[in-house]
Design a protein around this ligand. Structure first.
Ligand SMILES: O=C(O)[C@H](O)COP(=O)(O)O
Length: 308
């Protein structure tokens, strides 16, 4: 098998590699409920997908210098799990509300089938895949009102969304791209972004300059790394007319996804076990590990350990 090794050396010829990762399946993705800013966790399948993404990144030799994610646990946990699987826990991680999923307003918590029954397929699709259609605004008495959440206190009522169209979502994502992500990439940092469907659709539209009337065609599956090659001006390098309609390439081929997943099931299970294990920081210091470290560096085993 030929393994392509990406990211193993500094960008060549001014080409920067960026990886976009939509979080693994969430509990509400599985139930087909609008989620937005509701802090729903990953489903069991989503946890596997996140580990699988990390294993694929490792297998293809990706190395990262920094990662960016949202304030929502499905994206944060996906990032942890992927970094755990590719053994790069240590890289710098920045979080921002600007990478949160599009705020789905009063629709948050509702089942997509229910919205379809009540409002019709056309409006449902406009809500989900239109560019300028905002959802019904969320009010303070909504069960999933996010305005009281401590993590958003610095936003203030003028900034805190009550429901965003995709355009509105893009308008708050792009300043973060321009101020926090693009400068790092230009400096040569290899960046991983763990975020959400609509945030990544906004970024793909922006990077590839896809006409907004074609934005509904951009679909990003959960837990599949999407790799962009960017030139020195951070313009994508590649063929826009590829099968996805954007230049980014999925690391796991759509048609081979299940087979890849099954082939990696054992490794996924193993990584999930080590990820879930609670480690006591004292007893976790294993004498044999310390001894082999000492040997590797030609050192004496410290006295404190010698009698252990
Ligand atoms: O917030 C949500 O409901 C999902 O993350 C994205 O949903 P969508 O695919 O309907 O935009």
């Amino acid at each position: 098998m030929i393994i392509r090794r990406w990211f193993v050396s500094p960008p060549e010829g001014g080409v920067h590699r960026l990886v976009l990762l939509r979080h693994g399946q969430s509990e509400w993705n599985a139930m087909k409920r609008f989620t937005g800013w509701v802090d729903v966790d990953l489903s069991e399948q989503g946890r596997d997908e996140a580990i699988h993404a990390g294993l694929m990144l490792q297998r293809h030799g990706f190395q990262f210098d920094e990662a960016h994610t949202s304030l929502l646990k499905r994206a944060v946990r996906t990032l942890w799990s992927a970094l755990h699987a590719c053994d790069q826990h240590w890289i710098e991680v920045k979080r921002s509300w600007r990478l949160n999923e599009r705020h789905y307003g009063a629709l948050q918590g509702m089942s997509k089938d229910e919205v379809k029954r009540q409002m019709g397929e056309e409006l449902l699709q406009k809500f989900r895949r239109g560019f300028d259609q905002p959802p019904i605004a969320m009010r303070e008495d909504h069960p999933f009102w996010t305005g009281r959440d401590r993590r958003y206190h610095t936003l203030g009522p003028d900034v805190h969304p009550t429901g965003e169209s995709l355009r509105m979502c893009q308008q708050r994502v792009l300043p973060y791209w321009q101020d926090a992500i693009a400068p790092s990439i230009r400096r040569g940092s290899r960046v991983l972004i763990s975020a959400h469907n609509n945030v990544l659709r906004c970024l793909v539209q922006y990077l590839d300059k896809i006409p907004v009337d074609r934005i509904r065609e951009i679909e990003i599956p959960t837990g599949v790394p999407l790799v962009y090659d960017l030139d020195a001006n951070l313009a994508p390098v590649g063929d826009l007319s590829s099968e996805n309609g954007f230049t980014g390439k999925f690391l796991i081929d759509k048609t081979k996804r299940d087979a890849e997943y099954l082939a990696n099931l054992e490794a996924i299970t193993e990584r999930r076990k080590t990820f879930a294990r609670r480690v006591d920081p004292v007893t976790a210091l294993n004498r044999d590990d310390i001894q082999s470290q000492c040997e590797a560096h030609g050192l004496q085993l410290p006295k404190a350990w010698a009698n252990n």
